[in-house]
Every structure is written in structure tokens, then in C-alpha cells.
Design a protein around this ligand. Structure first.
Ligand code: BGC
Length: 349
């Protein structure tokens, strides 16, 4: 079968190539790939900045935002042939640490977790893939190709849950949320925050294109300046850019007792000791919490499934701005100004 593979930490090594059929040890459920979303993590892996091949291998099958159709449900589990499924990305560490032992692999304490398409287990950018039944999430068949948005939605389901849990440390009635970045994660964060009845604001660099309209279609407010110019002190900020300046501005702009949840993974930028002290002082004086959030466990997959199933399908479909064939994967990895979510489509839904 054909797959998109890469040699992690070596830029320019990605290719669409013939590989053996998935091994039965990878799981008793056999799935035919429908589509795989492309995200910043995939671009980083292809650029040689991130990613790990499976033990004993040099190449990794890319892709962690899956959607596939069950070809063989195997002997256990409740799946049927033809079901649309999405694969959970992370697997618990083998020790296991206390969090992995209780199913919170998203909070793994020793870093020995593995992730499909990212860290030591092959991903989903292959014509067929196998999965353990307990890690295959059935999606509402009515969602069709939109099921490919489930994995990024799980990341947001966790981030919003973190904010809500932290908010319970004191009396807190959040009304306003600022989401920084109107990429797929930011827009899904806006969708999730709206579902909690909050006054949602989204900030992005783009002044035109699909992003402002998508934000307004949710009943949220779009901003294209800097965080310092939004004109209010948000109760919560969901940071989805990973850009140093946006993060530093967010820490200044957040309201008293407000929570900033960081979901973006950025690099570099200028950090000075003075800026660190200013950030700390502002955080102390306003009782702020800055929390990082990565990945998702089964509870978040359940919550994300509900959020997607209830969302307006027309709005969700506008998030998928480009579909590419697997042989054109290089085009799928390019970022164009109006791109939101680009998917690699292996077969029809
Ligand atoms: C994925 C997560 C993963 C994280 C770190 C993200 O792109 O969506 O599932 O945990 O990268 O590897």
C-alpha cells in the first residue's frame, strides 16, 4: 500500500511511497483511510524539527488527524464494517506513570508516552491502518468528511476543561473569552466557548479572507489588531498562536483572576529577565493562572464528539478550505494565506 512517510529530524525526507500492509499487532481493527488533516506539528516533522520513528525503524508514517472507514472490525469491540472512525493519537507510557495508569495519558508524567504519526508509532497517512478497538472512536456518520476535525476538537475540549477546572479555585463568573489565532484550533476554541454561552472574541492577523466571516457567523467578535488593542480585559484567553509577542501581550491584557490557556507550540523570540519579572508581577497582582494544555484523553474525545455533532455542519465545512490527493502531499503541507484546515483525501466518504 501507499503511505506518506518521513525520516524524523531530517528535513526534506518526506515521500509518498510503497510500504507493507499494516501489521496485525498494530490493532485488530482494519481501517481504510478516508482523510487525514494536516497541522503545524506535521509541518514541523517534515521540516526535521520534531518527531520520532518507531523503535528499530528510520521512517515514520505521518499523520495524526485521521478519518477512516472500518474494513474489518476484528473479533472484539462494538464496531461494524463501514463505520466511520477516528484514531486516538496518544498511547500511555509502559511504566505506567500514575496519570497514564488511570487513563490520563494526556497528562503523562514521565514523557514515555507514544503518539501516532508523531512519536514512535506510525500515523494514519497510509491507504490502510490498523488500530486497537479501544482507541477507535466512532463518529456520527452524518458528519462525513467533517469527522476529520475531531482530533483538533479534542485538543480544545481539553483546553476549555482545564480553564473551567482552574476557574473553580475561587468564585468566578467568566463572561468574556479572547481566542488568539483564527486557525483551526482557534476557530474550534471559539465554537466551544460559544457553546458555553460566553461572549467570544477572536484575534488574528488576517484582515480579510474566510476567518473574519467564520468568526462573525458564530456570533463572536473578530479583531485584527494586537491583543493590547482589544479594548477589554478578558476573563479567559485561549492562546492558539504560540507567538511570543501575542503571549506576552495576553499576560498584560488578561483580567484579574483570569486564566490564560496556552495551546500553541512556538519557538524562539526574545526573552529578557526584565520581561520575565514584569510577567510574574502582573500574574501575581492579578491572581492569574497561565496553564499549558496538550493532547486529550477519552473524556475529551467524548466531549469533542458531542461538540462536533451539535455544531452547524455548513460552518464546520467552511473550515476545510483545501483537499489534496496523497501524491500531492507537498502541496498540502504548504501554508496559503486563506488556508484554515487542509486535508489529504485518500478515498471518498
Ligand atoms: C497533536 C497532539 C499531540 C501534540 C504534541 C499536536 O499536534 O494534536 O495530539 O499531543 O501535537 O505532540
Amino acid at each position: 500500500m501507499k503511505a506518506i512517510t518521513v525520516e524524523p529530524r531530517k528535513p526534506g525526507t518526506a515521500r509518498f511511497e510503497e510500504i507493507p500492509e499494516p501489521d496485525v499487532h498494530e490493532g485488530s481493527v482494519l481501517v481504510e483511510a478516508v482523510a487525514v488533516g494536516v497541522c503545524g506539528t506535521d509541518v514541523e516533522i517534515v521540516e526535521g524539527k520534531y518527531g520520532w520513528a518507531p523503535p528499530g525503524a528510520t521512517r515514520l508514517v505521518l499523520g495524526h488527524e485521521s478519518l477512516g472507514r472500518v474494513v474489518d472490525p476484528g473479533p472484539t469491540g462494538g464496531l461494524k464494517r463501514g463505520d466511520l472512525v477516528v484514531g486516538i493519537v496518544r498511547r500511555p507510557d509502559p511504566v505506567p506513570c500514575p496519570n497514564c495508569a488511570v487513563g490520563e495519558w494526556d497528562m503523562c508524567r514521565n514523557g514515555q508516552y507514544t503518539e501516532r504519526g508523531i512519536k514512535q508509532i506510525h500515523g494514519f497517512m497510509s491507504e490502510r491502518w490498523r488500530i486497537e478497538p479501544e482507541y477507535a472512536i466512532r463518529v456520527d456518520p452524518g458528519l462525513g468528511i467533517l469527522g476529520v476535525l475531531l482530533e483538533p476538537t479534542t485538543v480544545i475540549a481539553k483546553a476549555l476543561e482545564q480553564v473551567a477546572i482552574i476557574g473553580r479555585r475561587s468564585f468566578w463568573e467568566p463572561r468574556t473569552v479572547l481566542v488568539t489565532g483564527a486557525g483551526p484550533i482557534g476557530l474550534l476554541a471559539a465554537l466551544g466557548a460559544k457553546s458555553h454561552g460566553l461572549d467570544v472574541h477572536v484575534l488574528d492577523r488576517m484582515e480579510s479572507g474566510p476567518k473574519p466571516d467564520l468568526v462573525r457567523a458564530l456570533g463572536a467578535t473578530y479583531h485584527s489588531g494586537s491583543v493590547r488593542e482589544v479594548g477589554f480585559e478578558p476573563d479567559a484567553i485561549v492562546e492558539c498562536t504560540g507567538v511570543g509577542q501575542v503571549i506576552a501581550d495576553s499576560i498584560q491584557a488578561i483580567g484579574s483572576s483570569g486564566i490564560i490557556c496556552l495551546t500553541g507550540v512556538g519557538h524562539g523570540g526574545v526573552v529578557t529577565a526584565a520581561a520575565c519579572a514584569d510577567i510574574a508581577a502582573s500574574t501575581v497582582l492579578k491572581n492569574n493562572v497561565i496553564v499549558g494544555s496538550v493532547n486529550a484523553n477519552k473524556r475529551h474525545w467524548y466531549k469533542a464528539g458531542n461538540l462536533l455533532a451539535r455544531a452547524d455542519r455548513n460552518w464546520l465545512s467552511r473550515l476545510i478550505t483545501r483537499r489534496e490527493r496523497p501524491e500531492n502531499f507537498e502541496r498540502a503541507l504548504e501554508r496559503k494565506p486563506d488556508d484554515i484546515k487542509v486535508v489529504i483525501q485518500f478515498s471518498e466518504v
